[in-house]
Ligand binder design. Structure first.
Ligand code: RB5
Length: 149
């Protein structure tokens, strides 16, 4: 799998750890910043990562801020993105299976390193189930285009 990763200053401390773990699993990961723990605005990095994922078909993203909330809200403004704020292996697996999530988001202030590893394992090892979930995922795209559902 190919991942793009970005954080804000509040997610920066676990960025290297997360990149190393993804690489240990044999996946590719491209770092879109930031390059220091200096204060930045999470929507800027959410946008960078979300646009990279949309432009590179079949790729995935990882976004980290303090809570995971702001960065996931911002990423979901980009059409084609299904960014899921996860807290454990169950939510990381369920969002791949049911929502076909293409960006895994979490909060550095919320989860520890063991949970980060288990979420990445679950996200990478779970396929979208399709079936009844496909039309629901299609409706998500309708929402971002402002369609009447
Ligand atoms: C930064 O202090 C913090 O607000 C941000 O990382 C994030 O948690 C926002 O949702």
């Amino acid at each position: 799998m190919k991942f793009y990763i970005a954080t804000d200053h509040a997610g920066y401390a676990v960025k290297e750890f997360t990149k190393n773990y993804v690489r240990e699993l044999g996946h590719e990961i491209v770092d879109l910043g930031p390059e220091s723990a200096e204060r930045v605005d999470y929507p800027d990095f959410a946008k960078k990562c979300a646009e990279a994922v949309v432009a590179d078909e079949g790729s995935f993203g990882i976004l980290i801020c303090g809570t995971g909330i702001g960065i996931s809200i911002a990423a979901n403004k980009v059409a084609g993105i299904r960014a899921a704020l996860c807290h454990d292996a169950y939510t990381a697996s369920a969002t791949r299976a049911h929502n076909d999530a293409n960006i895994l988001c979490f909060g550095e202030r919320v989860v520890g390193k063991g949970v980060i590893e288990s979420m990445i394992d679950a996200f990478c090892n779970t396929e979208f189930e399709g079936g009844r979930h496909s039309s629901r995922v299609a409706k998500i795209e309708g929402c971002s285009l402002g369609a009447n559902l």
